[in-house]
Write a protein that binds this ligand. Structure first.
Ligand code: ZN
Length: 129
């Protein structure tokens, strides 16, 4: 997909390296704890629900709903920033793209798309389904 405005490259850390490697391959993954079964976001080596270190990256559905959003209309290239609650449970901050900003609403179903960045891995954004 294409986004009009330039998207800065994400900062890749030891804890997020696997996520970005998957993103480069077009896969949307999230950390899931194999001890308690909960997925979480942002990525952590220790499960925030049960303190287990048995966290692994798994493919996510890429489906979610808009928890809340705000349209940055005064930006040179207006964009919508949002929190999306994934079907797997966690809520992540992201952008909503490929849509009419005036038609966005809380609770709307969205699915993941990857947006190219300046010179780093693509970042996950969402668009209405
Ligand atoms: Zn856990």
């Amino acid at each position: 997909m294409t986004v009009a405005r330039k998207i800065p490259s994400p900062v890749v850390t030891v804890e997020t390296q696997a996520f970005w490697d998957s993103a480069r391959a077009g896969r949307f993954t999230i950390p899931v704890c194999t001890a308690c079964g909960n997925a979480h976001w942002y990525p952590r080596a220790i499960c925030p629900f049960c303190d287990s270190g048995k966290v692994e990256w798994r493919d996510a559905s890429g489906k979610g709903v808009i928890y809340t959003f705000s349209v940055m209309r005064r930006a040179k290239e207006p964009y919508a920033i949002a929190y999306v609650t994934l079907a797997e449970g966690p809520t992540m901050m992201t952008n909503i793209v490929d849509c009419d900003f005036d038609a966005l609403r809380i609770g709307q179903l969205v699915s993941v798309v990857f947006a190219a960045t300046e010179d780093g891995p693509p970042v996950p954004m969402f668009r209405p389904v």
